[in-house]
Design a protein around this ligand. Structure first.
Ligand code: SF4
Length: 351
């Protein structure tokens, strides 16, 4: 589908400093660029796009890649994981493949990457860059303006579309040159280098592993749900509990009829959302244990030192059950932890 506004280049725009600078270097040559900000349950800040457009004067769109990303993870990333659950090479291949498909919609002639050769251990080694270029079939159409002088000239430089003399030859982990560039560009907000990928964060990544381990067919929205609040599992039963009003509101939006929704009848407290996995029905005992765990996060219910009523909603019905607030360890509810994830990862990666 061709869109009315056309651009000469599409930039992979993560919101990190390198992606901003790479886009600006090309924009400064008078080339029109559209930033593509990929979003999935594991990364992406679509809520920041409006702000970025204003402060960096770059047109940006969000593109949801969650479904394809989950499929890639479930198929076990061909090039393995980094230190945590981050499949950086396969991730880049997927993003560039999608960006390449979008080029026709915008009339774009090439792609811009914020890659700085040698900066990151996994995805920005020279051999890793070659794998990405080969697997995504972008060798002839991708330009990395920040490291271009350390790479062979691309067709865009050879045919004069891009002026190679105005590109850079950055290399390695240092950030001094980028910070100076940001200063020269008058940037008032400089993003931190940490990035926002939950797959590269042990605590966040641990939330995902039970879905891979226990769920026969996890979808992107299941991974979105596992990002919310406190996560608890008991064997193949999954319960999410809000930590604050923001979490509770999110849980409300994710609530499906087939979920078990737990709310305290007479005390302020969190919402709990039990999502049954396919073919794993919840027994009455499991429902009571979950209600008891949800109630344990209400300080007033706990302080009452008596049974409290929890309203359980499921498939359009509601019923009150009476439970003692209990944190659940004795009942076997546990939050997923990195140590288990690491064990599972070792057994799960493609050999
Ligand atoms: S850190 Fe996350 S978003 Fe970045 S390349 Fe790796 S997997 Fe992809």
């Amino acid at each position: 589908m061709q869109t009315s506004i056309q651009y000469q280049a599409l930039a992979l725009f993560s919101g990190g400093l390198d992606s901003i600078l790479a886009t600006k270097v090309i924009q400064q040559q008078g080339i029109s660029v559209l930033g593509i900000h990929f979003v999935s349950p594991f990364f992406g800040e679509p809520q920041s796009i409006e702000h970025w457009q204003k402060i960096y004067t770059i047109p940006i769109i969000a593109y949801d890649i969650g479904k394809e990303y989950v499929e890639m993870l479930r198929a076990r990333p061909e090039h393995g994981f980094g230190k945590v659950l981050n499949p950086c090479i396969d991730c880049k291949v997927l993003m560039f493949t999608k960006a390449k498909q979008l080029m026709a919609d915008y009339g774009a002639q090439f792609l811009i990457s914020g890659t700085v050769v040698g900066q990151r251990p996994m995805s920005q080694r020279r051999d890793a860059i070659n794998i990405v270029d080969r697997d995504a079939d972008i060798r002839q159409i991708v330009l990395s303006p920040l490291s271009a002088l350390r790479l062979k000239p691309t067709p865009m430089e050879e045919n004069g579309l891009v002026d190679r003399s105005k590109l850079l030859g950055l290399w390695g982990r240092g950030r001094k040159a980028q910070l100076q560039m940001a200063k020269d560009l008058g940037m008032t907000e400089i993003p931190t280098p940490a990035g926002g990928c939950r797959l590269a964060d042990k605590e966040a990544a641990a939330r995902y592993f039970p879905l891979f381990q226990y769920h026969a067919d996890p979808q992107a929205e299941d991974f979105e749900l596992s990002n919310i609040g406190r996560q608890y599992w008991k064997k193949r039963s999954w319960l999410s509990i809000g930590r604050d009003q923001h979490d509770n509101n999110l849980l409300e939006t994710f609530h499906k009829d087939s979920d078990y929704c737990f709310r305290l009848a007479s005390f302020p407290g969190p919402i709990g959302l039990g999502r049954p996995l396919p073919d794993v029905p919840w027994s009455e005992i499991r429902i009571e244990e979950a209600a008891s765990l949800v109630a344990s996060f209400s300080p007033k219910a706990k302080k009452s030192l008596r049974s409290v009523d929890v309203i359980v909603g499921h498939n359009g019905t509601k019923k009150a059950i009476s439970v003692l607030p209990d944190r659940g360890q004795e009942n076997g509810w546990f939050p997923p932890e990195w140590a288990q994830t690491e064990e599972w990862k070792k057994a799960w990666v493609r050999k």
